[in-house]
Design a protein around this ligand. Structure first.
Ligand SMILES: Nc1ncnc2c1ncn2[C@@H]1O[C@H](COP(=O)(O)OP(=O)(O)OP(=O)(O)O)[C@@H](O)[C@H]1O
Length: 333
């Protein structure tokens, strides 16, 4: 059974079109990430799937049923928000159990599901605490636990890690990936963080201005971007785009080369001067001002002692370069 099918979903707020003709399928057990810049419509799309917003047109099909007219609580989904949305006066246990109590599930069933989620998320020590007595990461685990006990057909995550610091974000990201493996559940996850998208997704949906730019596995999008926007959005440091390139490109177009594909090579086709160096320990990023008056980034694996101001020569394998036309679409040779 397919977990979700969106057919021509549009959403406007008044005269403002926020989502345009979204078509998308999420297979059973798939982890799908919506990614895109701020304001592109990621959260609105998730809220339309959840039923927190109505689609202006188009259909939302969850687990085989068109749910446009069905309220959120009856859609078989569970949502985890950035803000946790826990009840402050309830304990961890009661926060997790509340939805099941409202569904009038028998007490033995509620206890069994809450115990299972508590073990899965290692929340045993905190079970009687209130949210105010938990860290941000623990609160988010409770919010995830509350979703798990519902045993939904589809999990929806709206930037769940945004309020956590970097180390905790990474740990919680790994926990979410493990959870997905354990539960084999269908999950949709919204983020503007491309690392989360790349590491968690079976399938990434890149959105821009309310439209789907490209859908594919992380490596498909990385290795085979359909256009300049996707090419520049995924990858850190971002892909370089050269207008005055050492290879033939369409008039008004650009040549994309990822920073890790540029090499310092005596006699290389690109000549420039190092304007800044970022030494990250494991990697070194050189910012280079080329003789063609373009700026680019070179990523060198490991430590490198090239100083600021050095004149350097760079090159890349032609197979690693992407050509884009003046409409920013990929040109395949
Ligand atoms: N209730 C609303 N009324 C009017 N406009 C809205 C409403 N909700 C969202 N928008 C607009 O819709 C657009 C998409 O917003 P949305 O929150 O879905 O973007 P997003 O991609 O999730 O952004 P972010 O990453 O910043 O959270 C924005 O321009 C926003 O201002």
């Amino acid at each position: 059974m397919t977990a979700l099918i969106l057919n021509d979903v549009c959403k406007s707020f008044g005269a403002v079109e926020v989502l345009r003709d979204i078509n998308l399928t999420v297979e059973e057990g798939e982890f799908v990430v919506f990614v895109g810049p701020s304001g592109c419509g990621k959260s609105t799309l998730l809220r339309v799937i959840a039923g927190l917003e109505d689609a202006t047109s188009g259909t939302v099909n969850i687990g085989g049923d068109v749910v446009n007219a069905i309220p959120p609580a009856k859609r078989g989904i569970a949502m985890v928000f950035q803000s946790y949305a826990l009840y402050p006066h309830l304990s961890v246990r009661d926060n997790m159990a509340l939805g099941l109590k409202q569904e009038k599930q028998p007490k033995s069933e509620i206890d069994a599901r809450v115990d299972k989620a508590t073990k899965m998320l290692d929340l045993g020590k905190y079970i009687d605490r209130r949210p105010a007595d938990l860290s941000g990461g623990q609160r988010q685990r409770v919010a995830i636990g509350r979703a798990i006990v519902r045993e939904p057909k589809l999990f929806l995550f709206d930037e769940p890690l945004s309020n956590l610091d970097a180390a905790l974000r990474m740990n919680t990201r790994i926990e979410i990936a493990e959870l997905h493996r354990t539960l084999s559940a269908s999950m949709i996850y919204v983020t503007h963080d491309q690392t989360e998208a790349m590491t968690l997704a079976d399938k990434i949906v890149v959105l821009r201005d309310g439209r789907v730019e490209q859908v594919g596995s992380p490596m498909e999008l990385y290795n085979n971007p359909a256009n300049q926007f996707v090419a520049g959005f995924l990858g850190s440091p971002a892909m370089n785009f050269l207008q005055r390139a050492p290879l033939a490109i369409p008039p008004g177009g650009a040549l994309g080369v990822r920073p890790e594909h540029l090499r310092l090579v005596p006699g290389g086709r690109i000549k420039g001067r190092v304007s800044h160096v970022e030494r990250l320990g494991g990697d070194t990023n050189l910012l280079v001002h080329t003789q063609q008056e373009e700026a680019l980034t070179v990523r060198i694996f490991g430590q490198d002692d090239t100083p600021v101001g050095a004149d350097i020569e760079l090159d890349f394998e032609d197979a690693h370069a992407f050509a884009f036309d003046d409409q920013h679409q990929r040109v395949r040779s």
